[in-house]
Design a protein around this ligand. Structure first.
Ligand SMILES: N[C@@H](CCC(=O)N[C@@H](CSC=O)C(=O)NCC(=O)O)C(=O)O
Length: 277
């Protein structure tokens, strides 16, 4: 791993690292916040998945998780949202290609050689972080924003028992039922929509997946609520499945990191309560 930077922030360090990924076949950069701790101690971890156009940096700069993570003694990891580089397929649109990996393993050319973000965030990065940082892998939570909220919900639903807590901000709850999902998944996975179901939180619940301790915050003034995010589909799926999830409609908040940063301390505290010994 290549060390990029370390900056002291609150009672801890914000670090950035780069490594060669076997999943994507490219260098991948991630941010990790590590609260001060005694030698030999292992800390709980929250994995954060970011949204369209983001790198590892957007959440690190705008999400304001560091004070709460220092206070609760929680490591916070922010990966990139896709492979990048000149030899990597791309598209001019902000919602497809580099910066828009949708946390799937692409099966279609030209995306499949590098767009293997499911394997990256589900397997490779956790193993790398567990081997090199003081994380307690028995105490994991996951969260994310928008495309990353979709990532957090679907990774958790596919891996019941791995995460003690799952939260999301303004998640895309059903790529099968929105233009962002339609465009990305038809490109990465092809036209067989049955293959999309493992990347759709609503479909995963309909198909029997269940997780505990779920918190979703959604702004009522979010410009994408009706056309893309469709929180009600998740609410309906949860209700029909008899699953528990706290879904909070936050009056007047839009889709931006202004919204995320307003509620991130709540989320970190909520995760912390579930991630105690
Ligand atoms: N106007 C933006 C559109 C992209 C955008 O808003 N991206 C959001 C996530 S949307 C769903 O995944 C985001 O987090 N942006 C990064 C940020 O720092 O705000 C554009 O065209 O770039």
């Amino acid at each position: 791993m290549e060390h990029i930077s370390t900056s002291r922030c609150y009672a801890g360090e914000q670090q950035v690292w780069r490594h060669e990924s076997s999943s994507t076949g490219t260098p991948m950069t991630f941010a990790i916040y590590i609260p001060d701790h005694e030698d030999g101690t292992r800390l709980p971890v929250i994995w954060w998945l970011s949204g369209l156009t983001c790198t590892h940096e957007n959440a690190m700069i705008k999400c304001e998780y560091k004070r709460a993570c220092a206070e609760h003694g929680i490591i916070f990891v922010c990966p990139d949202t896709s492979p990048r580089g000149e030899g990597v397929a791309n598209h001019d649109d902000y919602d497809f290609g580099q910066g828009a990996g949708f946390y799937v393993n692409a099966t279609q050319e030209p995306w499949s050689p590098h767009f293997q973000m499911r394997s990256y965030v589900e397997d490779e990065l956790p193993a790398l972080v567990a081997a090199n940082f003081p994380v307690d892998m028995d105490r994991q939570g996951i969260s994310g924003h928008s495309m990353g909220g979709h990532g957090a919900l679907t990774v958790s639903l596919r891996n019941p028992g791995r995460f003690r807590s799952t939260s999301a901000f303004a998640p895309i709850v059903s790529p099968l039922n929105c233009p962002w999902g339609d465009k990305a998944l038809s490109g990465y996975l092809g036209d067989n929509r049955a293959a999309w179901r493992e990347y759709d939180s609503v479909a995963l619940i309909e198909d029997g997946a269940r997780i505990e301790n779920v918190l979703v915050d959604q702004g009522t003034a979010d410009e994408w609520l009706e056309g893309q995010l469709k929180t009600h589909l998740f609410e309906n799926a949860v209700r029909d499945a008899g699953m528990q999830a706290e879904i909070r409609m936050q009056e007047g908040y839009d889709h931006s990191y202004f919204f995320v940063s307003t509620f991130i301390s709540d989320h970190v505290a909520w995760h912390a309560a579930k991630l105690k010994d």
